[in-house]
Design a protein around this ligand. Structure first.
Ligand SMILES: NCC(=O)N[C@@H](Cc1c[nH]cn1)C(=O)O
Ligand SMILES: [Zn+2]
Ligand SMILES: [Zn+2]
Length: 476
């Protein structure tokens, strides 16, 4: 294994890697904004072209259309699949990633243009830099480094890169099911690098929460009204909506929807011990996110509520007045967006019913003439891996080689909607091998990827491919 040469190659190509990230970040591949769909299509084509130029067998898989809330349809971004090597004597890994991003506007409070990658003190700021463009590029560059030095790839490498992850991976489940016996038939392991470390220590991730995402629409008058002229005479949709939203979770974080907490698998002594052993500084966590107080004051409770208990988050209200200034309006129709992170043994289908029934009953008590409509738009299950699997031993060895430390074994509070489908449909084992920093600000203003994590992460992937090749084919 020519590790030293490969690492040298990476170090010599750092500026090209940063430039590649700059070009990708410049594409506003926001999957939640229908107006950005042409950019998202261009992002998928750009990704495919990069893999084609490396000589991979590349396909842009058509996964159909999505239906919009107003009933119209919109073409989904194609999924990029690529194959490098088909040697039956080698393991085959499938790297999954996404190149769509969360929305971002300068006026949200970014210090720099979110779509112009900006290097400040070794941190590369831009929307999607950490989530998930740099990790996807790092994987591609890892394969490219082997090729450039004519070092034989130790495993066959496949890629599945999608463009709808941030909105629930619409269409990807069906594609995986359809290609289970073709593209995925020879895949031994699935690798995902779409999360972050919990501190400055590298980590391996063995669980993600799922997510059930809801829209709750309250509709009243036929149009917006002057609040002075009509206020006091009509039952306002926004008041109804805020009233029912306030019944979802208590100020101390207790979910009030009947049945939700009962479904949660109890925290075992072993888990408690694992969380206890994780290096995690509550004060720097607080200062990083700019709060003076957290929901829990001890490490184990905090980590457990971040990773393996459900929570309700209210994200926004469509139709509400939210511009600067002071418009005196009664909005006629408002739609709240909220989500409930899922953990074992919750079931999204059950959660959908529990939430809908509960909100309808709370709303009924208000005796409002307005109309409530609750819909669940995403129902992603949680995912959990066996940390005893050789994939994790390989991860530890690769991290030891590159960073000379033992990794934290962590879970992730966020969701990779497709992780559970990969596991259930292909029956293959998954590892999450993050390279994002703990302070990357995914989904926030000023998201960044450090040069250090990007470049050392590329070396980690190079080392990991070699470690996976050492896994005994008969042992798994
Ligand atoms: N990097 C993973 C990520 O950010 N995933 C999103 C996916 C999602 C879940 N519900 C809607 N989108 C996340 O918010 O966890
Ligand atoms: Zn992501
Ligand atoms: Zn994300």
């Amino acid at each position: 294994f020519q590790y030293t040469e490969l690492v040298q190659y990476v170090d010599n190509h750092t500026e090209e890697y940063v430039q590649a990230l700059r070009e990708w970040v410049a594409i506003e591949s926001d999957s939640s904004n229908v107006l950005k769909r042409p950019d998202l299509h261009r992002m998928m084509e750009t990704t495919a072209q990069k893999l084609r130029l490396m000589g991979g067998t590349v396909e842009l898989v058509d996964i159909g259309e999505q239906e919009l809330p107003d009933g119209q349809t919109l073409a989904l971004p194609k999924v990029v699949t690529a194959t490098f090597g088909t040697d039956p004597n080698k393991h085959t890994v499938c790297v999954y990633g996404h190149v769509d991003v969360q929305p971002a506007k300068l006026e949200d409070g970014w210090a720099t243009d979110p779509y112009n990658l900006t290097d400040i003190n070794g941190n590369l700021y831009g929307r999607g830099a950490s989530d998930n463009k740099a990790p996807v590029l790092a994987w591609i560059h890892a394969v490219e480094a082997y090729q450039a030095l004519s070092v034989e790839l130790p495993v066959n490498v496949k890629f599945v890169i999608e463009g709808m992850e941030e909105t629930g991976s619409n269409g990807l489940d069906a594609m995986i099911l359809a290609q289970r016996d073709t593209f995925f038939s020879d895949v031994d392991y699935i690798i995902i690098s779409d999360c972050g470390w919990i501190s400055s220590r590298p980590a391996l991730t063995y669980g993600t929460r799922g997510n059930c995402y809801f829209f709750a629409e309250v509709e009243g008058p036929k149009q917006d009204l002057h609040s002075g002229v009509y206020g006091g005479t009509v039952i306002e949709p926004m008041t109804d909506l805020i009233g029912i939203l306030d019944t979802l979770i208590s100020p101390s974080g207790k979910i009030l929807i009947p049945g939700i907490r009962e479904a949660v698998a109890p925290l075992s002594d072993e888990e408690w011990k694992m969380y206890q052993d994780i290096q995690f500084d509550m004060d720097s966590y607080k200062s990083k996110i700019g709060v003076t107080q957290l929901m829990y004051s001890n490490k184990v409770d905090l980590l457990a509520h971040r990773w393996r208990y459900p929570t309700v988050s209210v994200h926004g209200i469509e139709g509400a007045f939210s511009d600067p200034g002071s418009k005196t309006v009664i909005p006629a129709k408002v739609t709240a967006k909220f989500s409930i992170r899922q953990v074992p043994n919750m079931d999204p289908a059950m959660v959908k019913k529990q939430v809908t029934d509960y909100l309808n009953s709370v709303f009924a008590k208000r005796k409002s003439p307005n109309k409530l409509k609750v819909t669940m738009v995403i129902g992603a299950k949680p995912w959990l891996a066996d940390t005893q699997h050789p994939l994790y031993e390989a991860g530890k060895a690769a991290i030891k080689r590159v960073f000379d430390v033992d990794p934290d074994l962590i879970r992730e509070g966020g969701t990779i909607p497709i992780a559970r489908t990969f596991q259930d449909v292909t029956g293959k084992s998954i590892i999450m091998l993050p390279i994002g920093g703990f302070d990357d600000g995914m989904h926030s203003q000023n998201e960044k990827m450090s040069r250090y994590n990007y470049i050392e992460g590329t070396k980690l992937f190079i080392a990991y491919l070699n470690e996976v090749s050492q896994i005994n084919k008969t042992s798994v």
